[in-house]
Design a binder for this molecule. Structure first.
Ligand SMILES: [Zn+2]
Length: 246
């Protein structure tokens, strides 16, 4: 469906950009993006994608808001502790931009439901806080041929990368993290503002990927250090022995 007058007005600051224009805005409207995890990184990505007019967002999260989430998850308010994050994220999206269709999946992603949940999307953003889920999501992205933006933040370190099947996230981290007992930010801590930076950067990569802004930057790990304030880029090589994409 073409952009309405209201949408042309709403997205005027995008449409005036030669790299986006009306055609790019239409691509955003037609895009279906799945966001795995509505925590700190999801809270950074969801507002940016909602404002940008991504037409379909699927929010996948089985958690409820806890008091300790409020330090870094601006989607939620103090009087919403105990409520389901996916429902609250959907409510936020609906209020902010009625042109965004939101589907919620209040389930934990597991190997046996991941393909059904993620299939049909144009892009996946993973902002979950454990390696086991990240690898399940990454392996599904490879199987389904869906580009994946993987984003993580811990202590003062943030990392974001776009994967297009090969190399994949598993090439980058290896198989050692399949077990569900790895460190998460609960044990190590994380600077609240950092998760927002990383989530917003993930949304930037997503908007670039959807609208076709080059360079594509796939297989490049973007590392941000909140102490030295430096961004670094590292090329990720494909692992010929990778269980997922090799
Ligand atoms: Zn791989």
């Amino acid at each position: 469906m073409a952009l309405s007058d209201e949408e042309l007005d709403r997205y005027a600051r995008h449409i005036v950009l030669p790299q986006i224009g009306g055609a790019g805005q239409q691509r955003l409207k037609d895009a279906k993006i799945a966001i795995v995890g509505a925590g700190g990184i999801g809270s950074g990505a969801i507002p940016a994608l909602t404002g940008a007019g991504v037409g379909h967002l699927t929010v996948i999260d089985d958690d409820r808001v806890e008091l300790s989430n409020l330090q870094r998850q601006p989607l939620y308010a103090a009087n919403q502790v105990g409520e389901r994050k996916a429902d609250l994220a959907a409510r936020y999206i609906g209020k902010r931009n009625p042109h965004v269709e939101c589907r919620t999946v209040p389930d934990r992603i597991e190997a046996d439901n991941v393909d059904a949940i993620l299939s049909g999307h144009d892009l996946i953003i993973d902002g979950t806080d454990n390696f086991a889920t990240r690898l399940v999501v990454s392996d599904a992205a490879v199987r389904l041929g869906i580009p994946l933006i993987s984003a993580a933040a811990q202590q003062f370190q943030g990392q974001v990368a776009l994967f297009r099947s090969k190399p994949c996230y598993r090439c980058f981290v290896g198989d050692a993290f399949d077990a569900d007992d790895c460190d998460t930010c609960a044990e190590l801590g994380v600077l609240g503002a950092l998760t927002g930076t990383v989530g917003n950067f993930a949304a930037l990569l997503a908007i670039r990927a959807v609208t076709g802004i080059t360079p594509d930057a796939a297989a490049t790990l973007h590392l941000f250090d909140g102490l030295s304030l430096k961004w670094r880029q590292i090329h990720i090589a494909a692992d010929p022995a990778c269980k997922a994409c090799g």
